[in-house]
Write a protein that binds this ligand. Structure first.
Ligand code: TZP
Ligand code: MG
Length: 202
């Protein structure tokens, strides 16, 4: 869930996603104050807990820990994994954004719980370099044991390409949040994901 793409409040958007069957949430807020990130994360963490889902805070390990989130998601320019682990403890999830096989291997060695890989397809949600494409996803999938979540430009129409290249799941922002009916798109994505068995090499 990206704060800058929300047209309704985060709690309402989350309730729509929960009703649609989404079980894994990440709160991403690049523009708000840390106080705002904390307050919204607190609210969302409680809601996700009640729904039985998994809640991850982007960027801020201290906030993730403070609201008892299930984990934190760190980028290549965020805290090193070892320090994130110190804050989060052994029982929480640490996800790492990666953009190459080398970064994915490094994250695995350092003790990440899952890897994000992207941008898989072109996206305007984040300023990135060129998109990675499915062939690079396939290489990365075969280089690590960790679950790999593909991100970037994923829609119901291209989701199959990501899954066929070996993604264990996908992270989607704009295709859901910018849709006239976010719940319908989320349901469509889930229905399509469920047609794929686990492709992980774990
Ligand atoms: N990291 C790589 S692409 C991206 C992030 C956070 C944004 C993806 O958003 P969208 O809107 O699903 O293309
Ligand atoms: Mg980050």
């Amino acid at each position: 869930m990206d704060a800058d793409l929300l047209t309704i409040d985060a709690g309402t958007a989350l309730a729509v996603a929960v009703a649609a069957g989404v079980r894994l949430f990440q709160y991403r807020n690049k523009s708000g104050s840390r106080k705002e990130v904390y307050n919204v994360s607190h609210e969302l963490a409680d809601m996700v807990k009640r729904s039985g889902g998994v809640f991850i805070v982007n960027d801020h390990a201290d906030i993730a820990k403070a609201v008892d989130a299930d984990g934190v998601h760190l980028g290549q320019d965020d805290l090193p994994i070892a320090y994130g682990r110190k804050i989060m403890g052994q029982n929480k999830l640490i996800g790492i954004s990666t953009h190459s096989v080398e970064q994915a291997r490094e994250a695995e060695t350092a003790g990440a719980d899952y890897i994000g890989f992207g941008p898989l397809f072109p996206t305007t949600t984040k300023e990135t370099g060129p998109h990675q494409g499915v062939e690079r996803l396939r290489l990365l999938r075969n280089a690590v044991m960790l679950p790999v979540l593909a991100i970037g430009g994923i829609t119901p129409n291209n989701l199959a390409e990501a899954m066929q290249a070996g993604a264990d799941g996908v992270a989607v922002i704009s295709a859901v949040l910018s849709a006239p009916d976010p719940g319908a798109v989320a349901r469509d994505l889930i229905k399509r994901i469920n047609t794929f068995g686990s492709t992980s090499n774990r």
